[in-house]
Design a protein around this ligand. Sequence first.
Ligand SMILES: Cc1cc2nc3c(=O)[nH]c(=O)nc-3n(C[C@H](O)[C@H](O)[C@H](O)COP(=O)(O)OP(=O)(O)OC[C@H]3O[C@@H](n4cnc5c(N)ncnc54)[C@H](O)[C@@H]3O)c2cc1C
Length: 222
Amino acid sequence: MPQAAPPTPRTRVRRLPARGAYDRSAIDPILDEGLVAHVGFVHDGAPFVIPMGYARDGDRILLHGSSASRLMRLLASGVEAAVAVTLLDGLVLARSAFHHSMNYRSVVVLGRTSEVRDEEAKRRALDRLVDRLVPGRAADSRPASEIELRATLVVEMPIHEASAKARSGPPVDDDEDLELPHWAGLLPARTVWGPPAAAPDLPADIEAPPYVTGYERPGRAG
Ligand SMILES: Cc1cc2nc3c(=O)[nH]c(=O)nc-3n(C[C@H](O)[C@H](O)[C@H](O)COP(=O)(O)OP(=O)(O)OC[C@H]3O[C@@H](n4cnc5c(N)ncnc54)[C@H](O)[C@@H]3O)c2cc1C
C-alpha cells in the first residue's frame, strides 16, 4: 500500500474535516468499488464535467475513449483535470429538515492527464479497464485489433493529490428535536445486479462463465 500523502491546500477537506482522509488505504477501496467517474476539466475557458468509466491501476487512474472524442483528445493532450468518484450508501432522515443527509464514500483526485502511447502499455491499460469491470474478462475476450487500438485513446492521471470523504451512521438531530413525532433513521442503499441476460445472437451452446453467473462487486449499504 503506498504511503499516506498529506493533503495539499487544494485537497484539504474544509467542511466537517474529520470526515476527510488522505491516505491510500481510504482512497483506493473507494476507487476500486466505483464504476463511474465524473471528470472535470476546462476547455476554451469553460468548465465541463463528463461521466466516464475508469480503472485504478496502482498509482494512476486510467481513462479511455474514442480517438475522435473531443474529451479524449483534450485529456490526451495533457490538461489539469479533476476526477470524482461517489458511492452512495444511504439516505439519512433526521427529525429536522436541516439535518437530513446522505451516507456516502467519495474521492476527488486532482492532477495532470497524459496519454499512454506505448502499444504494450496501452494494451495492458485496456485489459485493466475491462478486468476492473469484470475480473478475468480481458483474457476471455478478443484482444483489440491494430485498427481498434488506433481508434482508442488511453489516458492516465496520477493519484498523488487526492482526498476521500465519507459519512456513515444514523442521523444526528439536535437534542431539542429528539422528542418530536417524526420518524428518523437510515434508508440503506445498494446496487443489485440482476440475472445475466445472454445476447440474443449468442449461440445456445455457449454458457455463461462463472465470473458472469457469480458476478459480485464489493459494496455495502447503510
Ligand atoms: C456511465 C458512463 C460511462 C462512460 N464511459 C465512457 C468512457 O469510458 N469513455 C468515453 O470516452 N466515454 C464514456 N462515456 C460517454 C461520455 O460521457 C461522453 O458522452 C463521451 O466521451 C462523448 O465525448 P465527446 O467528445 O463526443 O463529447 P464532448 O464533446 O465531450 O461533449 C459535448 C457535450 O455533450 C454533452 N455530453 C457529453 N457526454 C454527455 C453525457 N454522458 N451525458 C450528458 N451530456 C453529455 C455535454 O453537454 C458536453 O459538453 C460514458 C458515459 C457514461 C454515462
